[in-house]
Design a protein around this ligand. Sequence first.
Ligand code: COA
Length: 226
Amino acid sequence: MTVRGVFLLIRRMRRCFTRRDALHILMRSWRVSLETRWVLDGFFSMPRNAIDTTRTAETTAIDSIEIAVAHEGDLDGILELQAANQISAGGMLSASFSRSQLQRIMKEMPLLVARRSRSIVGFLVCSTPDVMADVPIVRATLDAYPTRAPDAYVYGPICIDAQERGRGLARLLFEELKRLRPGREGVLFIRRDNDASIKAHRKMGIKEVSSFSYGGIEHVVLSYVG
Ligand SMILES: CC(C)(COP(=O)(O)OP(=O)(O)OC[C@H]1O[C@@H](n2cnc3c(N)ncnc32)[C@H](O)[C@@H]1OP(=O)(O)O)[C@@H](O)C(=O)NCCC(=O)NCCS
């Protein structure tokens, strides 16, 4: 299809969808690569006069990122990034998984990583409620949202290296997860004081569905369908 054809198709679809949603539907059905999607997405959601000036550096940075399902060799990098982002180390991650827990998790659901030059610069854990049943904060999340789908899975934690934040990597991981688990509901919790995470997930279109208090700290429960 020609470029003009794509624009005409998007214009027609816009009678039912926003321009950005129409583009996403087309890209998904054509299996466009994640990096291309990100660039096109930026193009369509940005005022035209800003395209050439602001996206170039970010796009180059994102181009050298690889989003993939983790393998055994990625675990050291994931554990290192996780340790650097624990609350005890000044970060925002309340959960901490051991190597054997991660090995168990990755057998059931995709454990996604963002790599730059083979280094792990981001990860997204997701798991079945069964595997997480003994984690009290996950239990509290699920109890606070009993109307979830029977096959809903638990999303999170997600973590991006501090040097790589604000470039849309969290969104790339999320898009890949939705591609791998289409039509499934994902449920997550975020501390109410974690502004960056709440903003990033709202921007991805994830909706708040409930809330709960755990250890005296307010948390929100969010959900999406892939
Ligand atoms: C939350 C996190 C995963 C977001 O990842 P990211 O790749 O930086 O997210 P994005 O680049 O997609 O950012 C999207 C939006 O998040 C918001 N955001 C990002 N960093 C922010 C910050 N430091 N403060 C406030 N908002 C922020 C912005 O609204 C941003 O959109 P904008 O750039 O158009 O303003 C990342 O900040 C992180 O790893 N934090 C530490 C661990 C953590 O809190 N994990 C989540 C546990 S629930």
